[in-house]
Design a protein around this ligand. Structure first.
Ligand code: SF4
Length: 329
């Protein structure tokens, strides 16, 4: 083990808040393992106020709102927008999968009501992953409502619009239907077209698509500098900061802006300083973890060890929370 390198999150560049983990979809690529199985908990205004104050104190004055699906509790979303305004944090956009759409008139009314509280832009998910759960008709409907309410649309991503348009937009379509229509390599080629983060549920989806690397090669990776990155941070409804995009790891809001204590965060600090090899040695020694011969990436092995600790060994370390993340991957 090398000398512990300090990890301090004291300067936030760009990021968002997670108002809820429950979702109307269970997308095969979801970084945060959102799904309808999660408890229906939503960020409350007091937590939002503390989060926005912390974000501002660490140098960031604008964030996005994501989930889960933020529109599954529209009155609560309205409260979050009001709180952001009171705490002088701008909302860059709110993400939505459009599942809440019924008709253009009611959707326009909803958007106009939220616009009064600072909603300017909707990031609208457009992807074959979402289309497994949400008919494209609803997505088009929300885009139409945005035009009527004069809300800007951030299509994520525009590139998939033509693919989704090629299938019946009144129905949902599986990834295998996409492969049948566009070619057997459709799923494999998605990461080229979409900045897909191969962590979270995407690992399970892609472990049979890409060639796995031998364990020895995975273990060549050193400390994970990703954990210190604040260029796309998230803070969830439990007032926990997600370092880098390493979902399943969290840090208490109160522990930001000071050096992380390795006694409270033994795994995060170990990953940051020594990386996956040290974590594997620790998991073998302490818990009898037995690795497979090959993995997609260091993040795949990292997730496999954490899942083993939470689900098989019933460990509940705060730094590996929310624990339901591991249940609902
Ligand atoms: S190996 Fe783990 S800690 Fe390192 S970047 Fe991947 S998910 Fe994050």
């Amino acid at each position: 083990m090398t000398a512990m390198e300090s990890l301090t999150i004291d300067d936030l560049a760009s990021g968002g808040i997670i108002t809820n983990y429950y979702c109307s979809s269970k997308c095969a690529h979801c970084l945060y393992a959102s799904s309808p199985q999660w408890e229906k908990r939503y960020m409350n205004p007091a937590s939002a106020a503390r989060i926005f104050r912390t974000i501002r104190s660490l140098g960031c004055d604008a964030v996005h709102i994501g989930g889960g699906e933020p529109f599954l509790n529209i009155p609560a979303l309205e409260e979050i927008l009001k709180t952001a305004h009171e705490e002088k944090v701008a909302i860059e956009y709110v993400e939505t999968n459009s599942s809440w759409f019924h008709d253009e008139e009611s959707a326009t009314r909803t958007l106009l009501a939220l616009k009064k509280h600072g909603l300017t832009t909707l990031l609208i998910s457009i992807s074959p992953f979402h289309n497994e759960y949400i008919p494209f008709r609803k997505v088009r409907g929300v885009i139409g409502a945005c035009e009527r309410a004069d809300i800007m649309v951030f299509p994520w991503t525009r590139d998939f619009y033509k693919d989704l348009s090629a299938l019946d937009d009144d129905k949902v379509h599986s990834l295998s239907e996409y492969a049948a229509k566009f070619g057997k390599n459709y799923l494999r080629d998605i990461p080229v077209r979409y900045p897909l983060n191969l962590r979270g549920r995407a690992i399970e989806t892609y472990r049979t698509v890409f060639t796995l690397k031998p364990l020895a090669e995975i273990l060549e990776n050193r400390g994970c500098r990703e954990l210190a990155s604040t260029s796309h941070f998230h803070i969830d409804l439990f007032e926990r900061y997600i370092p880098g995009l390493c979902s399943g790891f969290t840090i208490a809001l109160d522990d930001l802006d000071e050096e992380l204590d390795f006694r409270e965060y033994p795994i995060i600090t170990m990953m940051h300083t020594d990386g996956i090899g040290a974590f594997l040695d620790y998991a073998k020694r302490e818990y009898g973890f037995i690795p497979e011969e090959a993995y997609l990436s260091k993040c795949h092995l990292c997730l496999a060890i954490r899942k083993f600790m939470v689900l098989e060994k019933n460990l509940r370390p705060a730094e590996l929370s929310p624990h339901d993340y591991y249940r609902f991957l």
